[in-house]
Write a protein that binds this ligand. Structure first.
Ligand SMILES: Nc1ncnc2c1ncn2[C@@H]1O[C@H](COP(=O)(O)OP(=O)(O)O)[C@@H](O)[C@H]1O
Ligand SMILES: [Mg+2]
Length: 317
């Protein structure tokens, strides 16, 4: 694999970011003003937080933007001391190209303990004259209030199905791989709004075949297609324990699923299974939660999955 497609197709300018409409609008006006406050980007992985930080920096500073950007990942910087040292060095020299400030992007800021965040807050204050901080995190609630209140907060959402679909089609086209609509739909489904996941899965599949099919996407992304999960539920209902158990084994084997993957994917598919009654869906939801918990707590995989199949056979028969 040469260059990663997620990098090659990362939007360079704020205006090219997909979805995130209100975020993009506000950032675009910062880019026009060439000024902004400290920013906090919150949201799930693969939704454009790092992309937005880089694109905004580029929009404000132009081609030489990297000279005015210090990137750090809080989960790599074990001690706040190393952040402090880097910030200090970076802030010592004047901004490049006549800019009035430099940008410090701290990814995964929610990996810092509350004490470290307290110290970070003081660093932010100390260098506020010359530096703007952009912090990213998955959950803004994990960032201490004094930092939140010093930042403009931006919430990134999982991308909509149509946005993921458009983007994977456009990446496939520019990479010269044939992606049919069923395969794009599979990418949408496995990604759950995470574009990094969708594009990575596309590249993994494209490394194997030049014509991407739905099955190839499922097989290379450790995800069972919806109909095979439905067939398992049907087997529990009609064919009895042994047949259902066999089907489950085949499924785990073919798609390379761990027990918790299977339970979570089955849970996601439950609500679309129109052959189940409402009551059955409720019972099954509780059952999934219980089995998931036991697996996470270290319950043996094969005995837990057999227990799941056994209960499903009773509930659905
Ligand atoms: N909103 C988006 N618009 C276009 N591409 C995106 C978007 N979000 C993610 N991507 C794609 O996924 C990759 C990872 O996105 P990134 O911004 O690093 O996500 P994170 O939110 O985890 O920081 C990018 O390089 C880009 O290819
Ligand atoms: Mg990121």
């Amino acid at each position: 694999m040469s260059e990663l497609w997620v990098e090659r197709h990362r939007p360079r300018t704020v205006g090219d970011i997909k979805g995130q409409t209100s975020v993009v609008q506000r950032l675009a006006s910062y880019a026009t003003m060439k000024d902004f406050p400290h920013l906090l980007f919150a949201g799930p992985p693969g939704t454009g937080k790092t992309t937005a930080a880089m694109a905004l920096t580029r929009d404000v500073f132009g081609k030489e933007f990297r000279q005015n950007l210090l990137e750090m990942n809080a989960s790599d910087e074990r001690k706040l001391e190393s952040i402090r040292t880097k910030v200090k060095q970076f802030a010592r020299t004047a901004p490049f190209g006549g800019a009035s400030f430099k940008i410090i992007f701290l990814d995964e800021a929610d990996a810092l303990t509350n004490d470290a965040q307290g110290a970070l807050r003081r660093i932010m204050e100390q260098y506020a004259e010359t530096c703007r901080f952009i912090l990213s995190c998955n959950y803004s609630s994990k960032i201490i209030e004094p930092i939140q209140s010093r930042c403009a907060v931006f919430r990134f959402r999982p991308l909509a199905e149509a946005e993921v679909s458009d983007q994977v089609h456009s990446v496939a086209k520019s990479e010269g791989v044939a992606l049919d609509d069923d395969a794009a739909e599979a990418l949408v489904r496995i990604s759950q709004g995470d574009l990094r996941k969708a594009i990575t899965a596309l590249q993994v599949a494209a490394a194997l075949e030049s014509k991407i099919t739905r099955n190839l996407i499922y097989e290379t992304s450790a995800t069972a297609p919806p109909e095979s999960l439905h067939q398992y539920l049907m087997a529990c209902r009609q064919d009895g324990f042994h047949a259902a158990r066999r089907r489950l084994r085949e499924l785990l084997d073919r798609y390379g699923l761990a027990g918790t993957d299977f339970v979570n994917q089955l849970h996601r598919e439950l609500y679309g299974a129109d052959f189940l009654t409402e009551i059955q869906k409720l019972d099954l939801t509780e059952l999934m939660a219980e089995i998931d918990f036991r697996l996470v707590e270290g319950g043996g995989e094969s005995v837990q999955l057999d227990a799941l199949t056994a209960r499903l056979c009773r509930l659905l028969a």
